[in-house]
Write a protein that binds this ligand. Structure first.
Ligand SMILES: [Zn+2]
Length: 130
């Protein structure tokens, strides 16, 4: 990995989700880029997010060809809308897929995956019932 993508994953290794923020139009952006997709200015800074969000949409994976994933089925793959307004894809963990619902509050958790770290979300502490 290089450039902004490497920065994103290196920051995940600290257990926090950081996103680029445009100082010109005051919006977060995802995925990492050189220029803001809204105003095309290169005034992007990295900012730590709250790690809080809500399930925007999800699907349940019942079968996987990936050996490391085939032992985890069924699992939920979701679009999470962060409190900062960005939507990103991630697995929902620490919860049975049948207990997930759209609009459910979730929080970030970071797990090691092969040689890197990935962002996952789990039910928010206050609502955890799984
Ligand atoms: Zn901008």
């Amino acid at each position: 990995m290089q450039g902004n993508t490497a920065v994103f994953f290196n920051k995940l290794a600290s257990g926090k989700l950081w996103l680029q923020y445009c100082e010109s139009c005051h919006k977060y952006i995802f995925y990492p880029r050189v220029f803001c997709p809204n105003c095309l200015k290169p005034d992007l800074q990295w900012k730590e997010t709250s790690g809080q969000g809500k399930v925007y949409s999800f699907t349940i994976i019942h079968y996987s060809n990936l050996p490391e994933k085939s032992e985890q089925v069924p699992y939920a793959y979701a679009i999470v809308e962060l409190a900062e307004g960005i939507r990103l894809a991630a697995n929902i963990t620490d919860c049975h897929p049948k207990d997930i619902s759209i609009g459910m509050s979730v929080e970030l958790t970071v797990k090691k995956y092969h040689y890197s770290y990935l962002h996952y979300f789990r039910p928010a502490t206050m609502n955890r019932k799984c």
